[in-house]
Every structure is written in C-alpha cells, then in structure tokens.
Design a protein around this ligand. Structure first.
Ligand code: MSP
Length: 664
C-alpha cells in the first residue's frame, strides 16, 4: 500500500479562522484518520501562509510588525485545530527557516536553469489597494462607476480608470520584475492532465482547468520590488525583490517534507484539498513550478465548494462568517465535523444555516445514531447485568442485518476512496437506521417479558455489534464521540471488521448519558451570533481591588451574590508571552478574550512559568479590573492563579473552551 499524504491550503494569518477554513481542515483530518485506521502510513500537513501584502497590511493596521502579527495569529489556527480534534502531523509556517531556505534554493535552481528572466511589467496600479489590475478589471469597475460602457482602449485614451477594490484613481505603471517561463509548460500541462485524469477532481473542475489552458498561457510574474512590498522572501540572486506570495506558499507542500529525509517518500502520493477559488494556482502554477524543478506533480488536487451565507461566499471581508468556536460550544466539535462533511457533497457549494444545522443534528445525531447507541447499553443494563451477551441461533432478520452491515461498510469505504464524505456517511446510515428498525421489529422488551433470555441476548448482541461497527467507521468523522461510545462497549480502539461477532461475551458494558443531546431550538448564543456579552463598566472593578490584609483568624467576610456577579471573568487564549523588560518577576502576555484586539496582561508568574510554555494555553481573565501600569506596561486585566502570593498554578479550564467564554 503506498503511503498517503494529505494537505490543506495554508491559511492567511491576516484574520481569524472561520467555518470555511475549518471545512478543509476537518475534511483532511477525516481522510488522514481513515487511512491511519486502515493501517496506511499517513502524513497530514497544514499550516499558515504568513507573507504578502494582506498580512503586511493587517499588521500595519494593528501597529505590529508582520512577524509579530504572524506569531500571534497562527496560534489562533492551532487553538481551533485543537478544539476540533485535528491530528495533523506537521504545521508549517512560511516564515520558518526550513521553508524560506527551500524556497530560495528552488528560486536559485530555476534561475540557474534559465527558467527566470527580468522584464518590464505594466498594469494599472492602485495605491490604495497596493496592487496591479488588468485592463479588463479596471474597465469593468470604471464602467460601473461612470454608469456607461468603458473599454480598455478608453482607459488608454484619457478616461480616468478606478480601482475595482476601493474606487480610487489608478495609474499606468511600469516596473521591472522577474518572470517564470510558465508559457513553456502549456503543452506539458495539458498532456499531464489528460493522461492523468484523476489528478484534478471533481471532473467539472478538471474541465475548467483544461478550458483555461486552451487560451495561450502567459509567463508568470514571480517577484515584487522590495520597495513596494517588503514582507516576503528575498530572491537570492536579486535581493531588491521578494518572491510573489503564491510561489512562496505553494512550495510549502514540498518544503515540509525535506526533514527528516524519510518524509520524502510521501511525495508525490499527495491528495491536496483546496477551495475552488484557488484551483488554478494549485494546478497550472503549481504543476509548472514542479515541472521546472524536476519534481512529479501531486497525485490529486481535489477542489471543494464554498460555504455560503445567503448565497454569498462566507468570508471575513464580506463580514458574513460563522465562528467555529460558537458552534462547538453549542453542539460539540464532533457535531460540527459531522455537519460539515455530511451536509453537502464534497465539491459542491452549500448554504450554511442554523436551521439546517439544528435539523441535521437532531435527526442524524441525536435521533438516529444517538438513540441507537443509547439503547445498545440501556437494555443490557436493565435486563442482562451490563455485559456483552453470547450469540445464539441466527434468524433471517439477523442475517439480513449482517448483510446490511457489509453493504453499508463497503459503501463507506468506496466513497471515502472517492473523497465523497456525504455519500460515505449516507451509506453508513443505512446500517444505523437498520439497527434502530431491528430493535423495533425484534422488540427486546417483549422477549424480556416472555423470559426468552437466549433470543434477547442474541438481539442485544447484534445491536451492540452494529453500534461497534457504526462508531468505528465514524471514528474518522466524530473521533471524540466514537471513542466514548466504544469505551462504553469495552473497546480500546475502533474495529472496522463488519462481521457482527467481534465483541467479547461476558465483557462489561456501561450505560451513561446520551451521547448527542436533542435540542429543541437553535441555541440562544447562536441566534445573536455573538456569544460574548458586552464588557461591564470598568467602575465595577472596585469589587476585585486587593483587600486590606486580613486579620489572622478573622472570619472571612461573606458577600452577596450581586457582589460576586460584579466580577466579570472570561477565558482567554494566550497568543504571546515574554519577560517584562524591567521586572524579573513579571511576564507580559497578549491574551485573546473575544474582543476586537487581544488584551495585554502583566502577571507575576515569571518565577513559575517560561513564556513559551504559556503560548496556546487557555487562562481565566478578570475582565473588569481597572487597568493598572506595572513597571511601565499597562495591564488590562488579571489572570486567576492558585497558591496565593506564591503562585502554584495558573487556572485553566478542564475541557477546551473558546476564548472569550464567560466564566461563572
Ligand atoms: N493562503 C492562501 C492559500 C495558499 S495554499 C498554498 C489562501 N488562504 S485563505 O486563508 O484565504 O483560504 C484558504 C482556504 O480556506 C480556501 O481555499 C478554502 O480551502 C478555505 N475557505 C475559505 N473560505 C471558504 C468558504 N467560505 N467555504 C469553503 N472553504 C473556504 O487562500
């Protein structure tokens, strides 16, 4: 069996992750887990794209250097992946030396081979957007602005063009840049894609790429003058230029495999998941870079569709994003993972609505599979002393259930090979529904009443086996819930054998709370789409001002609930931590607490914690403590810690929760 390598795009660190980013990563994680479960050697890579204009501008807006910004923001992706139970093998950041070194070596190699050349580059430059636009793009935007037709020729003959982004004036600018001879690879690209049809999926997307390649392919500008864009990897042979962000970013899929050398075996056995918006980059550009470098293109690039909100692509710039943390808080990480994969065929667009989520959660999870697993342990608890029963004589209904198990698991397997999660889950649900029907038709309660314990044992054993099969296959989609249910059946790990005879008779099973609780309405926190209440007035901070030293043995003064309620506590994610420049005892933390900007918190914990170990930890923050300057740095809140003045441990939540969650 060849090894399996799965990648996600590396995400821009200009903004926090949303459902769209979570989608690709959950899909990649489900595939990686599936292949690992099947014993295949697997490598799963994700990461962050940290160079380029977008990141530079986002950092400038917040008064940070781009590196500081990237250091803070990449932690948000890692924290979300932890909450979503994503088991990646490596997380690459394009600002890491292992990556920049590889990109520069590759650029030098292509330069030495004569693949790169310098030439003037002309276009409509927008100072406000800090980018070039084509004739067609500016003509279209200008036509809308003027309310009359505008052709590219008009723009060159006195009609003032406008920037499609900002509407500000654009100017015709020519600058020298470095170009990659991409046009030389046009025929080879067409031949490669035609001879390896599954290298771009789904088929409609492959046809789009072939359509794109029917027009003459131009050479690609792969540099930006440092004077205009400083935040990038310098060209080793022309240090006044940095490389174009896509050359830098695409290379991550291979740069991450350089060390240790054993990783090289994963290339080109790669399945690269991307959103449909970045397919041309991942095929035309990426494959031709690889051809030039003498590297075989990846086995498959799979383009998925978009999550939409009222018909528009969910994106931070449109402002229509759903925060994954809020969905996880309301429903659980596994419910979100399930919904993303089950609701829409991989490749198609999907409208994200709270109504659809609630409906699918209740019908598929709470009702179908939740009920099934609940019944599989409640009935043995009532009638069989909570142990796995032995199988007796098999009836036609039992054999039919076995046949469904074989069919359903085959369908799951076949569809996972095709990267069709929805169809795979629908296949498995045939077994889940058959399991529930089997309980209804076999009526174990009646068998118990009649005292037919042998048949009762056989029926319940079959039900338990169906639960074992269903949750074992589901372990790649709902890993947390699967583990919990399998644990109730006394199993340490998933078992994919579809034969209904794998549990150990006499083994103890345990019955616990329903695994997916039914919800009657969309949770309140999601209706407002703002799970965090506004911060209370800072005046309330008096309630938490340090008290006067208590008199020894004096009774602790009691307070009313209202007094306690004045203290506003929230969870916070530590994005960065460093030593206070002027005090050995203090650390300066940057903590994300669900507000627009992270808070700076100065804490007296330097004796007990290294700054690096705190990054990525969730802490409890007193939000409405009056800000105070500690050795010259303003602290905008306080961390809770145990141990009094000799801090023993900072407090952190027992289970992962979203930053900014209210603590009461
Ligand atoms: N940094 C580049 C990718 C470089 S890969 C060498 C980039 N980053 S991104 O952060 O803007 O988004 C990357 C990916 O996020 C998309 O390709 C897609 O996988 C996912 N999505 C972002 N918004 C999405 C939706 N609304 N719906 C589904 N997926 C979307 O592009």
């Amino acid at each position: 069996m060849p090894p399996f390598y799965v990648t996600t795009p590396i995400y821009y660190v200009n903004d926090a992750p949303h459902i769209g980013h979570a989608y690709t990563t959950v899909a990649a994680d489900a595939l990686a887990r599936w292949h690992r479960l099947n014993g295949r050697e697997t490598f799963f890579l994700t990461g962050t794209d940290e160079h380029g204009q977008k990141v530079q501008r986002a950092a400038e807006k917040l008064g940070r250097t781009p590196q500081e910004h990237a250091d803070l923001m990449h932690v948000r992706f890692k924290a979300l992946w932890e909450r979503l139970d994503i088991q990646y093998d490596d997380f690459i950041r394009t600002t890491e030396p292992r990556h920049t070194r590889f990109v520069q070596d590759l650029l030098q190699k292509l330069h030495d081979q004569g693949e790169l050349y310098q030439a003037p580059y002309s276009g409509w430059y927008s100072t406000s957007a800090e980018r070039f636009w084509s004739d067609e793009e500016v003509a279209a935007a200008t036509a809308i602005a003027l309310g009359k037709p505008v052709t590219p020729a008009d723009l060159h003959n006195g009609v003032a063009g406008v920037c499609p982004d900002s509407g500000a004036a654009v100017e015709w600018l020519t600058e020298h840049n470095w170009f990659f001879r991409m046009s030389a690879y046009q025929d080879r690209l067409v031949a490669h894609i035609t001879e390896n049809p599954s290298c771009i999926m789904p088929e409609t997307r492959r046809n789009e790429v072939l359509g794109y390649l029917r027009k003459p392919l131009a050479d690609l500008c792969i540099s930006r003058p440092k004077a205009r864009l400083a935040w990038g990897i310098p060209l080793p042979f022309a240090p006044d230029y940095v490389t174009y962000v896509w050359f830098d970013a695409l290379t991550n899929y291979v740069s991450a495999l350089q060390e240790p050398p054993a990783r090289l075996a994963f290339w080109p056995e790669a399945l690269q998941l991307v959103g449909k918006d970045i397919l041309t980059f991942h095929t035309v550009y990426w494959f031709s870079f690889l051809f030039a470098a003498g590297i075989t293109p990846p086995k498959q690039v799979y383009a998925h569709g978009w999550w939409l909100m009222t018909g528009k692509k969910m994106s931070k710039s449109v402002g229509n994003v759903i925060k994954p943390d809020a969905m996880i808080d309301a429903y659980s990480a596994d419910a979100l993972r399930y919904f993303l994969l089950a609701a829409v065929p991989f490749g198609a667009d999907g409208e994200f609505t709270q109504e659809a989520f609630l409906h699918r959660y209740n019908s598929d999870l709470a009702n179908d599979i939740g009920n099934l697993s609940h019944r599989a342990t409640s009935m043995p608890e009532k009638w069989l002393g909570s142990v796995v029963p032995a199988v007796g004589v098999q009836t036609d209904e039992d054999l039919e259930l076995q046949a469904v198990a074989l069919r359903a698991t085959d369908a799951f397997r076949a569809n996972m090979e095709l990267v069709q999660f929805k169809a795979a889950l629908e296949g498995l649900w045939e077994l889940v529904r058959a399991g529930n029907k089997y309980i209804d038709s076999q009526a174990p309660w009646a068998l118990n009443k009649r005292g037919d314990m042998e048949r009762l044992g056989t029926v319940l054993r079959n039900v338990m086996e169906v639960v074992r099969v269903a949750y074992s296959y589901l372990a790649c989609v709902t890993p947390g819930k699967s583990k919990e249910v399998l644990d109730r059946l006394g199993m340490a790990a998933p078992d994919l054998d579809p034969n209904l005879n794998r549990l150990t008779p006499g083994h103890a099973v345990s019955h616990r709370d329903p695994i997916f609780l039914r919800l009657d309405a969309i949770p309140e926190s999601l209706v407002s789409n703002d799970p965090v209440p506004a911060a209370p007035p800072v005046a309330a901070a008096a309630a938490v001002a340090p008290a006067a030293p208590a008199v020894e043995a004096a009774p602790v003064a009691q307070i009313e609930y209202d007094d306690f309620a004045k203290v506003q506590l929230r969870t916070g994610l530590v994005l960065a931590a460093e030593k206070h420049p002027k005090a050995d005892r203090l650390l300066v933390l940057s903590v994300e607490v669900g507000e627009e900007k992270p808070r700076t918190i100065v804490a007296g914990i330097a004796a007990v914690y290294e700054p690096a170990e705190l990054v990525g930890k969730t802490v409890i923050v007193v939000m409405n403590l009056k800000p105070a300057k500690l050795r010259g740095i303003e602290s905008q809140g306080m961390l809770l810690a145990a141990g009094g003045s000799d801090v023993a441990s900072i407090l952190t939540p027992y289970r992962p929760v979203a930053p900014g969650s209210v603590v009461k």
